[in-house]
Design a protein. Structure first.
Length: 154
């Protein structure tokens, strides 16, 4: 008989399209594998288009009250819609000074937003103002190619 996990990690995923949703799920699978068998990760997905509708937005906000993590995932380069920014602000205010973590997965997997992007800055600032933890992978900084010198030269 399989033992039931001791802890549950409720995760709200706000996403714009299927690619963004799949990336969020892959990220949660990696998190779950690092946490081990004692933790069960329970995703609660919400597509951006529903978060712009008042009734659905209210249901998603109710899910946030139960969540220990909020993942915002987008594969587009577009700025976050104002309705999504408003929902994020409301959600993070509800979670103010809790142990909730916010994870930003912004941009295409091979072209992630840098810390200077407006939506990265919005999420980082809003998360910080709510007293929450913020995590986001960044595009790797290109390192200059090493200079190749003939043998014996420095």
């Amino acid at each position: 008989m399989t033992k039931e996990p001791d802890l549950k990690l409720n995760v709200v995923i706000a996403y714009d399209d299927h690619r963004a949703y799949k990336r969020a799920i892959r990220t949660l699978v990696r998190v779950a594998s690092q946490l081990g068998d004692d933790v069960s990760v329970l995703p609660m997905p919400w597509r951006f288009e529903y978060l712009g509708k008042p009734d659905w937005c209210a249901l998603a906000t109710a899910d946030v009250t139960k969540a220990e993590m909020l993942v915002v995932s987008t594969s587009s380069e577009d700025k976050l819609p104002r309705a999504i920014e408003s929902w994020i602000e409301t959600s993070l205010e509800i979670k103010r000074n809790s142990s909730t973590a916010v994870v930003a997965l912004l941009g295409a997997p091979d072209d992630l937003d840098g810390s200077d992007s407006p939506r990265f800055q919005f999420l980082a600032r809003t998360t910080r103002e709510a007293g929450l933890d913020f995590f986001a992978p960044l595009s790797p900084v290109a390192e200059p190619a090493p200079t190749l010198l003939p043998p014996g030269e420095k």
